[in-house]
Design a protein around this ligand. Structure first.
Ligand SMILES: NC(=O)c1ccc[n+]([C@@H]2O[C@H](COP(=O)([O-])OP(=O)(O)OC[C@H]3O[C@@H](n4cnc5c(N)ncnc54)[C@H](O)[C@@H]3O)[C@@H](O)[C@H]2O)c1
Length: 328
């Protein structure tokens, strides 16, 4: 089994590569990554020299490079993590999101069609469903909910999903899609909420919180997401969409306060900043399908996962710097 993992030098992709190399030593894993600002070659340093692993720096939009790699490696399956992933950046400059998240996905799927792969797995997000009101905790998105993306980022991911389902219907490409809630854990670039707050709290710097911090997200430890993708790859139904979520809804402000508590820092570090444009209020998904069909459930609770994450960032000073919009 040769598995091509695109975007494997980023946050979830690198965690997925570590997960697969450890649990499926019989697989050959090839990582294709452009190494944008969000991808770091040294993230993969521990596995770079390992037999059965190969790293290739390339852009998923580069049809020639993608086809050459398919010719050389003849992968059995592709897991596509490669994406522009930060909502704030998509608000400032949407175009690259359309290129990578839509056109890049099409380039990969065209190569899969030509080479007759057993599976193309598209890693998507719960953000494709848009948001839910804060005062209706009974409402959850299912796989049948309409796509109502709010940001250029989520619209580009929804477009990638629609295209993947169209390739399944039109060409019979064996596609699966996972729509996961917010991930946290090691190797996440410090522009995202949890690593940003940990980094800043560790250095006693202001903790910028959008609006009043009342937005609700469903959180999942990254390894649980990796396990879900591995299961879908092996046992998911072609054409199937699977919501992956932790049933762990938290308000942003409560997460920031929890991080302060864990690190022994005062809440006075919190600085409320002007809200993000079009900020989604609440994301919440129903993961019953993957639970019932594939027997997946999250294994890491939030309290345990956040402690592990805080410890990791406390030890990894090199992961605390970043070029985010509110940099002083
Ligand atoms: N982080 C989350 O909470 C979350 C939740 C649900 C879904 N997702 C999805 O999971 C996937 C991975 O997210 P992440 O948080 O690991 O992202 P990330 O930004 O940390 O990593 C993205 C990786 O893709 C690479 N990349 C970007 N453009 C590329 C291109 N054109 N060609 C090749 N490589 C390219 C980058 O170099 C980087 O290594 C994304 O598709 C995202 O939409 C993320």
């Amino acid at each position: 089994m040769t598995l091509l993992v695109t975007g494997g030098a980023g946050f979830i992709g690198s965690n997925f590569i570590f997960y697969i190399l450890e649990r499926r030593p019989e697989y050959r894993v090839v990582c294709l990554d452009k190494l944008t600002y969000a991808g770091r070659r040294d993230t993969l340093a521990a596995v770079m020299e390992r037999p059965g692993f190969r790293f290739v720096q390339a852009d998923i939009c580069d049809r020639g490079a993608v086809n050459r790699l398919f010719e050389e490696e003849r992968p059995d399956a592709v897991v596509n993590f490669a994406a522009e992933s930060h909502v704030d950046r998509s608000i400032d400059a949407p175009e690259v999101f359309l290129q990578t998240n839509v056109l890049g996905t099409a380039v990969l799927m065209d190569a899969c069609r030509t080479h007759g792969l057993a599976r193309f797995h598209q890693v998507s997000t719960d953000e494709v469903y848009g948001d839910l009101p804060l005062d209706r905790p009974d409402l959850l998105f299912t796989e049948a909910s309409p796509l109502r993306a709010s940001s250029p980022y989520s619209a580009s991911k929804a477009s990638g999903d629609l295209l993947a389902l169209a390739y399944h219907r039109t060409y019979g490409l064996p596609v699966t899609i996972s729509r996961c809630s917010n991930n946290y854990g090691p190797y996440q670039f410090a522009e995202k909420l949890i690593p940003l707050m940990i980094s800043r709290a560790l250095e006693d710097r202001p903790l910028p919180v959008y609006g009043q911090g009342l937005n609700v997200r469903d959180w999942l430890y990254v390894e649980d997401h990796c396990r879900a993708i591995d299961l879908i790859l092996r046992r998911g139904k072609p054409g199937g969409v699977y919501n992956v979520g932790g049933r762990c809804e938290m308000r942003n402000i409560d997460i920031v306060k929890l991080i302060c508590r864990e690190l022994g820092k005062p809440d006075s570090l919190i600085a409320y900043v002007e809200d993000r444009k079009g900020h989604d209020l609440r994301y919440a998904i129903d993961p019953s399908r993957i639970q019932n069909e594939l027997g997946w459930t999250p294994e890491t609770g939030f309290q345990d996962g956040i402690r592990r994450t805080i410890r990791w960032y406390a030890e990894r000073r090199d992961w605390r710097e970043g070029d985010f919009p509110w940099e002083e």
